[in-house]
Ligand binder design. Structure first.
Ligand code: PAF
Length: 308
Protein backbone atom coordinates (compact mmCIF):
# COMPACT_ATOMS: atom_id res chain seq x y z
CA UNK A 1 0.00 0.00 0.00
CA UNK A 2 1.24 3.46 -0.80
CA UNK A 3 1.32 5.70 2.20
CA UNK A 4 1.73 9.44 2.22
CA UNK A 5 0.95 11.84 5.02
CA UNK A 6 -2.00 14.16 4.46
CA UNK A 7 -1.16 17.74 3.56
CA UNK A 8 -1.59 19.60 6.85
CA UNK A 9 -0.81 23.18 5.83
CA UNK A 10 -2.24 24.79 2.70
CA UNK A 11 0.22 24.79 -0.19
CA UNK A 12 1.55 28.11 -1.42
CA UNK A 13 -0.73 29.70 -4.00
CA UNK A 14 1.06 29.66 -7.34
CA UNK A 15 -1.52 29.45 -10.04
CA UNK A 16 -5.20 30.41 -9.88
CA UNK A 17 -7.22 28.14 -12.19
CA UNK A 18 -9.68 29.60 -14.64
CA UNK A 19 -13.23 28.44 -13.82
CA UNK A 20 -15.84 27.73 -16.49
CA UNK A 21 -19.36 26.40 -16.01
CA UNK A 22 -20.53 25.76 -19.55
CA UNK A 23 -19.72 22.99 -21.99
CA UNK A 24 -19.00 25.37 -24.89
CA UNK A 25 -16.58 27.33 -22.67
CA UNK A 26 -14.55 24.30 -21.64
CA UNK A 27 -14.46 23.04 -25.23
CA UNK A 28 -13.27 26.42 -26.45
CA UNK A 29 -10.57 26.65 -23.76
CA UNK A 30 -9.30 23.14 -24.52
CA UNK A 31 -9.31 23.85 -28.28
CA UNK A 32 -7.19 26.94 -27.68
CA UNK A 33 -4.76 24.92 -25.56
CA UNK A 34 -4.50 22.32 -28.32
CA UNK A 35 -3.82 25.00 -30.91
CA UNK A 36 -1.15 26.57 -28.71
CA UNK A 37 0.50 23.23 -28.04
CA UNK A 38 2.91 23.71 -30.93
CA UNK A 39 5.24 25.19 -28.33
CA UNK A 40 4.97 22.06 -26.16
CA UNK A 41 4.05 19.15 -28.46
CA UNK A 42 4.73 16.54 -25.76
CA UNK A 43 2.40 18.20 -23.27
CA UNK A 44 -0.84 16.31 -22.80
CA UNK A 45 -4.28 17.63 -21.96
CA UNK A 46 -5.11 15.85 -18.72
CA UNK A 47 -8.57 15.61 -17.15
CA UNK A 48 -8.98 14.94 -13.44
CA UNK A 49 -12.69 14.17 -12.86
CA UNK A 50 -13.86 14.87 -9.31
CA UNK A 51 -16.99 15.55 -7.32
CA UNK A 52 -15.21 18.30 -5.37
CA UNK A 53 -14.65 18.29 -1.59
CA UNK A 54 -11.02 17.99 -2.61
CA UNK A 55 -8.37 16.55 -0.32
CA UNK A 56 -4.71 15.67 -0.68
CA UNK A 57 -5.67 12.54 -2.64
CA UNK A 58 -7.23 14.65 -5.40
CA UNK A 59 -4.39 17.14 -5.33
CA UNK A 60 -1.94 14.28 -5.94
CA UNK A 61 -3.63 13.77 -9.33
CA UNK A 62 -3.06 17.38 -10.29
CA UNK A 63 0.55 17.28 -9.07
CA UNK A 64 1.20 14.12 -11.09
CA UNK A 65 -0.53 15.57 -14.18
CA UNK A 66 1.35 18.85 -13.81
CA UNK A 67 4.65 17.01 -14.40
CA UNK A 68 3.88 16.39 -18.08
CA UNK A 69 0.66 18.19 -19.01
CA UNK A 70 0.23 21.21 -21.23
CA UNK A 71 -3.20 21.75 -19.67
CA UNK A 72 -4.63 20.27 -16.46
CA UNK A 73 -8.43 20.36 -16.38
CA UNK A 74 -10.24 19.46 -13.15
CA UNK A 75 -13.96 18.79 -13.39
CA UNK A 76 -16.03 19.36 -10.25
CA UNK A 77 -19.50 17.91 -10.55
CA UNK A 78 -21.58 16.03 -8.00
CA UNK A 79 -23.24 13.64 -10.43
CA UNK A 80 -26.81 12.82 -9.34
CA UNK A 81 -26.91 9.83 -11.67
CA UNK A 82 -24.49 7.86 -9.50
CA UNK A 83 -26.36 8.34 -6.22
CA UNK A 84 -29.15 5.98 -5.18
CA UNK A 85 -32.45 7.19 -3.72
CA UNK A 86 -31.28 6.55 -0.14
CA UNK A 87 -27.76 7.85 -0.58
CA UNK A 88 -26.02 11.05 0.44
CA UNK A 89 -26.54 13.24 -2.68
CA UNK A 90 -27.99 16.14 -0.69
CA UNK A 91 -25.49 15.97 2.11
CA UNK A 92 -22.50 15.35 -0.20
CA UNK A 93 -20.12 18.25 0.59
CA UNK A 94 -20.05 21.10 -1.95
CA UNK A 95 -17.02 23.26 -1.20
CA UNK A 96 -16.17 25.05 -4.47
CA UNK A 97 -14.34 28.01 -2.92
CA UNK A 98 -12.09 25.81 -0.80
CA UNK A 99 -11.58 23.48 -3.77
CA UNK A 100 -10.42 26.38 -5.98
CA UNK A 101 -8.03 27.58 -3.29
CA UNK A 102 -6.56 24.09 -2.98
CA UNK A 103 -6.24 23.73 -6.74
CA UNK A 104 -4.47 27.08 -6.96
CA UNK A 105 -1.72 25.63 -4.81
CA UNK A 106 -1.00 22.72 -7.14
CA UNK A 107 -1.27 24.45 -10.50
CA UNK A 108 -4.51 23.26 -12.10
CA UNK A 109 -5.12 25.35 -15.21
CA UNK A 110 -8.84 25.03 -15.72
CA UNK A 111 -11.82 24.01 -13.58
CA UNK A 112 -14.99 22.82 -15.26
CA UNK A 113 -17.82 23.12 -12.72
CA UNK A 114 -21.09 22.63 -14.60
CA UNK A 115 -24.56 22.75 -13.08
CA UNK A 116 -26.82 19.71 -13.14
CA UNK A 117 -28.91 21.49 -15.83
CA UNK A 118 -25.82 22.02 -17.98
CA UNK A 119 -24.96 18.32 -17.87
CA UNK A 120 -28.51 16.97 -18.00
CA UNK A 121 -30.65 19.66 -19.68
CA UNK A 122 -33.55 17.25 -20.25
CA UNK A 123 -33.38 15.70 -16.78
CA UNK A 124 -31.47 12.50 -16.08
CA UNK A 125 -30.14 11.23 -19.42
CA UNK A 126 -32.13 8.35 -20.85
CA UNK A 127 -29.00 7.07 -22.58
CA UNK A 128 -26.79 5.26 -20.08
CA UNK A 129 -23.46 3.52 -20.30
CA UNK A 130 -23.82 0.19 -18.54
CA UNK A 131 -20.92 -1.62 -16.98
CA UNK A 132 -22.31 -5.15 -17.39
CA UNK A 133 -22.19 -7.82 -14.67
CA UNK A 134 -19.13 -6.41 -12.87
CA UNK A 135 -21.08 -3.18 -12.28
CA UNK A 136 -23.57 -5.18 -10.21
CA UNK A 137 -21.02 -6.69 -7.82
CA UNK A 138 -19.31 -5.33 -4.68
CA UNK A 139 -19.96 -1.56 -4.74
CA UNK A 140 -22.58 -2.12 -7.42
CA UNK A 141 -24.43 -4.67 -5.26
CA UNK A 142 -24.67 -2.19 -2.38
CA UNK A 143 -25.33 0.76 -4.66
CA UNK A 144 -27.53 -0.38 -7.57
CA UNK A 145 -27.10 1.85 -10.64
CA UNK A 146 -24.06 3.63 -9.16
CA UNK A 147 -21.57 2.46 -11.76
CA UNK A 148 -23.87 3.03 -14.73
CA UNK A 149 -24.36 6.61 -13.50
CA UNK A 150 -20.62 7.02 -12.97
CA UNK A 151 -19.72 5.59 -16.40
CA UNK A 152 -22.33 7.78 -18.09
CA UNK A 153 -20.94 10.98 -16.61
CA UNK A 154 -17.34 9.94 -17.27
CA UNK A 155 -18.24 9.20 -20.92
CA UNK A 156 -19.86 12.66 -21.13
CA UNK A 157 -16.83 14.36 -19.55
CA UNK A 158 -14.50 12.56 -21.97
CA UNK A 159 -16.68 13.65 -24.91
CA UNK A 160 -16.78 17.25 -23.64
CA UNK A 161 -13.12 17.73 -22.72
CA UNK A 162 -11.54 15.18 -25.12
CA UNK A 163 -8.38 14.88 -22.99
CA UNK A 164 -5.30 12.84 -23.94
CA UNK A 165 -5.12 11.45 -20.40
CA UNK A 166 -7.77 10.96 -17.72
CA UNK A 167 -6.70 10.46 -14.12
CA UNK A 168 -8.40 8.12 -11.62
CA UNK A 169 -7.56 7.11 -8.08
CA UNK A 170 -6.67 3.56 -7.13
CA UNK A 171 -8.87 3.87 -4.02
CA UNK A 172 -11.91 3.27 -6.22
CA UNK A 173 -10.54 0.05 -7.72
CA UNK A 174 -13.83 -1.12 -9.22
CA UNK A 175 -14.38 2.30 -10.79
CA UNK A 176 -10.90 2.11 -12.34
CA UNK A 177 -11.61 -1.38 -13.68
CA UNK A 178 -14.93 -0.32 -15.23
CA UNK A 179 -13.61 2.93 -16.71
CA UNK A 180 -10.66 1.11 -18.29
CA UNK A 181 -13.03 -1.41 -19.78
CA UNK A 182 -15.43 1.27 -21.07
CA UNK A 183 -12.53 3.11 -22.72
CA UNK A 184 -11.40 -0.12 -24.37
CA UNK A 185 -14.88 -1.35 -25.33
CA UNK A 186 -15.99 2.01 -26.76
CA UNK A 187 -12.60 2.83 -28.37
CA UNK A 188 -12.40 6.15 -26.56
CA UNK A 189 -9.06 7.73 -27.49
CA UNK A 190 -7.77 8.49 -23.99
CA UNK A 191 -5.12 7.02 -21.70
CA UNK A 192 -6.34 6.11 -18.21
CA UNK A 193 -3.76 7.08 -15.60
CA UNK A 194 -4.13 5.63 -12.12
CA UNK A 195 -2.80 7.47 -9.08
CA UNK A 196 -1.94 5.67 -5.83
CA UNK A 197 -4.18 6.02 -2.80
CA UNK A 198 -3.08 8.75 -0.42
CA UNK A 199 -3.35 7.82 3.26
CA UNK A 200 -3.41 9.40 6.67
CA UNK A 201 -0.34 8.55 8.77
CA UNK A 202 -2.29 5.71 10.47
CA UNK A 203 -3.21 4.17 7.11
CA UNK A 204 -6.78 5.42 6.59
CA UNK A 205 -7.33 6.13 2.90
CA UNK A 206 -8.25 9.75 2.25
CA UNK A 207 -11.89 10.17 1.25
CA UNK A 208 -14.28 13.09 1.05
CA UNK A 209 -16.54 11.04 3.34
CA UNK A 210 -13.96 10.81 6.17
CA UNK A 211 -15.23 14.20 7.39
CA UNK A 212 -18.47 12.52 8.49
CA UNK A 213 -16.68 10.22 10.95
CA UNK A 214 -17.09 11.01 14.62
CA UNK A 215 -14.02 10.55 16.81
CA UNK A 216 -14.67 6.92 17.81
CA UNK A 217 -15.49 5.97 14.21
CA UNK A 218 -12.40 7.75 12.94
CA UNK A 219 -10.27 5.73 15.37
CA UNK A 220 -12.02 2.50 14.35
CA UNK A 221 -11.69 3.26 10.62
CA UNK A 222 -8.03 2.34 10.72
CA UNK A 223 -9.21 -1.28 10.87
CA UNK A 224 -9.91 -1.18 7.11
CA UNK A 225 -6.33 -0.55 6.04
CA UNK A 226 -5.09 -2.76 8.91
CA UNK A 227 -7.23 -5.63 7.60
CA UNK A 228 -5.80 -5.16 4.10
CA UNK A 229 -2.27 -5.12 5.49
CA UNK A 230 -2.95 -8.28 7.51
CA UNK A 231 -4.34 -9.95 4.39
CA UNK A 232 -1.23 -8.96 2.47
CA UNK A 233 1.04 -10.54 5.09
CA UNK A 234 -1.02 -13.72 5.39
CA UNK A 235 -1.29 -14.13 1.61
CA UNK A 236 2.02 -15.99 1.65
CA UNK A 237 -0.10 -18.90 2.93
CA UNK A 238 -2.82 -18.58 0.27
CA UNK A 239 -6.12 -16.84 -0.39
CA UNK A 240 -8.11 -18.33 2.50
CA UNK A 241 -5.36 -17.40 4.96
CA UNK A 242 -5.47 -13.82 3.66
CA UNK A 243 -9.25 -13.62 4.08
CA UNK A 244 -9.11 -15.12 7.58
CA UNK A 245 -6.42 -12.65 8.65
CA UNK A 246 -8.50 -9.70 7.44
CA UNK A 247 -11.59 -10.96 9.27
CA UNK A 248 -9.60 -11.38 12.49
CA UNK A 249 -8.70 -7.68 12.41
CA UNK A 250 -12.24 -6.59 11.50
CA UNK A 251 -13.96 -8.81 14.06
CA UNK A 252 -11.94 -7.14 16.80
CA UNK A 253 -13.37 -3.70 15.96
CA UNK A 254 -17.03 -3.51 17.01
CA UNK A 255 -17.70 -0.14 15.33
CA UNK A 256 -16.90 -1.59 11.91
CA UNK A 257 -19.94 -3.07 10.22
CA UNK A 258 -18.42 -5.03 7.36
CA UNK A 259 -20.17 -4.96 3.99
CA UNK A 260 -17.66 -7.11 2.13
CA UNK A 261 -14.07 -8.25 2.18
CA UNK A 262 -13.06 -10.02 -1.03
CA UNK A 263 -10.02 -10.97 -3.06
CA UNK A 264 -10.44 -10.53 -6.81
CA UNK A 265 -8.48 -11.16 -9.97
CA UNK A 266 -7.31 -7.74 -11.22
CA UNK A 267 -7.92 -8.84 -14.83
CA UNK A 268 -11.59 -9.82 -14.39
CA UNK A 269 -12.68 -8.37 -11.04
CA UNK A 270 -14.09 -11.79 -10.20
CA UNK A 271 -13.29 -13.43 -6.85
CA UNK A 272 -10.17 -15.55 -7.11
CA UNK A 273 -10.30 -19.27 -6.51
CA UNK A 274 -8.46 -20.86 -3.60
CA UNK A 275 -5.63 -22.01 -5.89
CA UNK A 276 -4.95 -18.47 -7.18
CA UNK A 277 -1.29 -17.48 -7.22
CA UNK A 278 0.35 -14.12 -7.82
CA UNK A 279 -1.13 -10.64 -7.75
CA UNK A 280 -4.69 -10.16 -6.54
CA UNK A 281 -6.75 -7.22 -5.38
CA UNK A 282 -8.10 -7.28 -1.83
CA UNK A 283 -11.25 -5.13 -1.48
CA UNK A 284 -13.06 -3.91 1.58
CA UNK A 285 -16.21 -1.90 2.24
CA UNK A 286 -17.59 -1.17 5.69
CA UNK A 287 -19.97 1.12 7.48
CA UNK A 288 -18.85 3.15 10.47
CA UNK A 289 -21.98 4.66 11.92
CA UNK A 290 -23.74 6.17 8.91
CA UNK A 291 -20.57 6.53 6.85
CA UNK A 292 -19.60 3.92 4.29
CA UNK A 293 -15.92 3.63 3.44
CA UNK A 294 -14.03 1.55 0.88
CA UNK A 295 -10.38 0.65 0.42
CA UNK A 296 -8.26 -1.88 -1.43
CA UNK A 297 -4.72 -3.16 -1.80
CA UNK A 298 -2.77 -5.34 -4.18
CA UNK A 299 -1.61 -8.49 -2.44
CA UNK A 300 0.74 -11.21 -3.66
CA UNK A 301 -0.74 -14.66 -3.11
CA UNK A 302 1.90 -17.32 -2.69
CA UNK A 303 1.28 -21.06 -2.67
CA UNK A 304 -0.39 -22.20 0.53
CA UNK A 305 -0.06 -25.80 1.65
CA UNK A 306 -3.21 -27.27 0.11
CA UNK A 307 -2.35 -30.94 0.92
CA UNK A 308 -4.83 -32.54 3.28
O1 PAF B 1 -14.67 9.21 -8.26
C1 PAF B 1 -15.45 10.18 -8.34
O2 PAF B 1 -15.27 11.21 -7.70
C2 PAF B 1 -16.61 10.11 -9.31
O3 PAF B 1 -17.10 8.80 -9.39
C3 PAF B 1 -16.29 10.64 -10.72
C4 PAF B 1 -15.24 9.80 -11.41
C5 PAF B 1 -15.81 12.09 -10.62
C6 PAF B 1 -17.54 10.62 -11.60
O4 PAF B 1 -18.57 11.40 -11.06
Amino acid sequence: MTSRPEVTSPPEVTHRPEVVHRIDEVRDRVARARAARAADPAGAIVLVPTMGALHAGHLAHVERARQSAALVVVSIFVNPLQFGANEDLDRYPRTLDADLAALAGVGADLVFAPSVEEMYPDGPSSTRVTGGPVAGTFEGASRPGHFDGMLTVVAKLLAIVAPDVVSFGQKDAQQVFLVRRMVRDLDIPVRVQVVDTVREPDGLALSSRNRYLGEPERRAAVALSAALAAAGRAATAGVQAAIAAAHAVLDAERLVELDYFAVVDPGTFLPVTDDHRGAAQALIAARLGTTRLIDNATIQVAPGDTRS
